[in-house]
Write a protein that binds this ligand. Structure first.
Ligand code: HEM
Length: 496
């Protein structure tokens, strides 16, 4: 026995020595590459930022972005060096911007319509030169046209009733959801994800989703894979092989589900007469048949519509519910506004613009907790931002989360105060949906959904956060999206 243990121990020691050597080679190689990269791209740039330190600056800066996540690393450098900072990512010159005027310039310009990331990583998740969100190829403009058409005024006209109906349907399950926990709380984020999935599907795909919970779970896992692959250099996959395979599996799982939905949709299109108002999926499939769009684009665009349409809205909505639960005087004012405008009715499309206070509450919740805390872009051609030289290829990180807390724009920026949005017309200071040619396509739908869901829910339920939970206190995972770390429990108490 002891002989076997001896051999095993020897073997383990050999493996760990081997691993150490491999790690040393990887780190040295990375240092060399980044040193060169840092030298070539921005060592001498006259913008505040961490020192070059014989190439360790670029290495440390890249490592920080990978280990902390982009928003936390961006906040770190912003706090240290100011609102326009030069760092390095993968050896490339990168500006971290928290200055509203500079952010506005980037967002409004056609020069920054690309987003940066690892080419291999993006290929693994299917986003490299594919789909809309991270597609750096100029073809994204054509694909964006499909999204714009899908979310046109006609769709938005139907969005209010779609959101109200979906909320009622899920409210019908509340008693069942309450029974899942000992004290009657429910997992609010899952509840909201089911609503937003139904609305997005109803308005843009029109397919039968056999198991919505399963699809929601696949979307959530794909999101995590996206975060894993976005910046990591491929050599790092070797260091965490299990995680690598887990995320690959998540990508495959969501793609399988989308492929199945599309197969059903193709079948359906063969049997039903063509509509004069075809939905998003139909338009894409028809374009595919005409040879205008590749099957890979169709698959990825449908995936990204579900991804963007389901998760961002539901997470924002969850933060909104917590903010209302935490502030009884806000809940009261929202209820008063609802009573004045809606009486006992469900909201209609015409009512929503009149719910001015509710809109301020939504905006304030998104200010404090923007679901997309950063926007990542890349300069296509040489430019100057606020007079600072920005050569082609420069990466840009707009730190929305910190921009939303600038004291010069929001007095008492850490307080939840909907009056921050009294008669204010913000530019770069407040951009939770981004703006300009690559801005969020779903922002109008998202606002309609959030108002309609809120009215329907609040009329019937008083929202109560679990003890000790607050908007500021929700523990979040900071990455390309700011998501709650733990299950998002809340109490929905039926009103008399
Ligand atoms: C509260 C909910 C939402 C928030 C906070 C949000 C936020 C964002 C942000 C920050 C961006 C990047 C914008 C930029 O780079 O300038 C974005 C892009 C995008 N969003 Fe949203 N979004 C929301 C809801 C939606 C919905 C409901 C949909 C679709 C149904 C959607 C579809 C998209 C798409 C397709 C893009 C990529 C556009 C492009 O790269 O050309 N979003 N969103």
């Amino acid at each position: 026995m002891s002989g076997v243990m001896y051999v095993l121990t020897e073997q383990l020691q050999a493996w760990s020595a081997g691993l150490t050597c491999v790690t040393a080679v990887i780190v040295t190689g990375a240092a060399l590459v980044l040193t060169w990269g840092g030298w070539a791209s921005g060592r001498s740039v006259d913008v505040p930022g961490p020192p070059w330190l014989l190439g360790f600056g670029p290495l440390m800066s890249f490592a920080r972005f990978i280990w902390m996540g982009v928003p936390v690393a961006a906040a770190h450098y912003g706090a240290r060096y100011g609102d326009f900072v030069r760092v390095w990512i993968a050896g490339e010159r990168t500006y971290v911007i928290t200055r509203p005027s500079a952010a506005w310039h980037v967002l409004k310009s056609n020069n920054y319509c690309r987003r940066f990331g690892s080419r291999t990583g993006l290929s693994t998740i299917g986003m490299y030169q594919n789909g809309i969100i991270w597609n750096g190829d100029d073809g994204w403009r054509v694909l964006r046209g499909f999204f714009q058409k899908a979310l046109n005024a006609d769709t938005l006209n139907r969005a209010t009733s779609a959101a109200v109906d979906a909320t009622y349907r899920q409210m019908g399950n509340i008693a069942v959801l309450q029974q899942k926990t000992a004290d009657g709380k429910i997992e609010a984020l899952d509840f909201l994800r089911r609503i937003t999935l139904e609305v997005t599907n109803n308005l843009t795909l029109g397919v039968h989703i056999a198991d919505p919970d399963d699809l929601v779970e696949r979307i959530v896992r794909y999101f995590k894979a996206w975060e894993f692959f976005l910046l990591r250099p491929p050599i790092m996959y070797l260091m965490t092989p299990k995680l690598y395979w887990k995320h690959c599996q998540a990508v495959n799982d969501l793609n399988d589900a989308i492929a199945e939905l599309l197969t059903n949709k193709r079948q359906e299109l063969k049997t039903v007469p063509p509509s004069d108002k075809p939905d998003f999926a139909t338009c894409l499939l028809q374009a595919e048949e005409r040879g205008e769009v590749s099957p890979a684009h169709v698959q990825q665009c449908v995936l990204e519509m579900l991804l963007a349409g389901t998760d961002t809205s539901s997470v924002s909505m969850y933060y909104l519910l917590v903010s209302v639960a935490e502030n009884p005087q806000v809940e009261l004012k929202v209820l008063e506004e609802m009573r004045d405008i809606l009486g006992e009715r469900d909201p209609t499309k015409a009512d929503l613009p009149q719910l001015v206070y509710l809109e301020q509450v939504i905006k304030e919740a998104m200010r404090i907790k923007p679901v997309g805390p950063v926007i990542m872009r890349q300069a296509k051609e040489d430019d100057r931002i606020d007079g600072i030289e920005t050569p082609a290829g420069t990466n840009i990180i707009l730190n929305l989360a910190d921009m939303h807390r600038r004291q010069d724009n929001f007095p008492a920026p850490d307080d939840f105060n909907p009056q921050h949005f009294d008669n204010k017309d913000f530019k770069g200071e407040y951009v939770p949906f981004g703006t300009g040619p690559k801005g969020c396509i779903g922002q109008f739908l998202a606002m309609i959904e959030m108002k309609a869901i809120m009215c329907t829910l609040l009329r019937k339920y008083h929202l109560r956060a679990i003890p000790g939970e607050s908007l500021e206190g929700i523990e979040t995972h900071w990455d390309i999206a700011q998501q709650p770390v733990n299950a998002s429990y809340m109490y929905f108490e039926e009103r008399n």
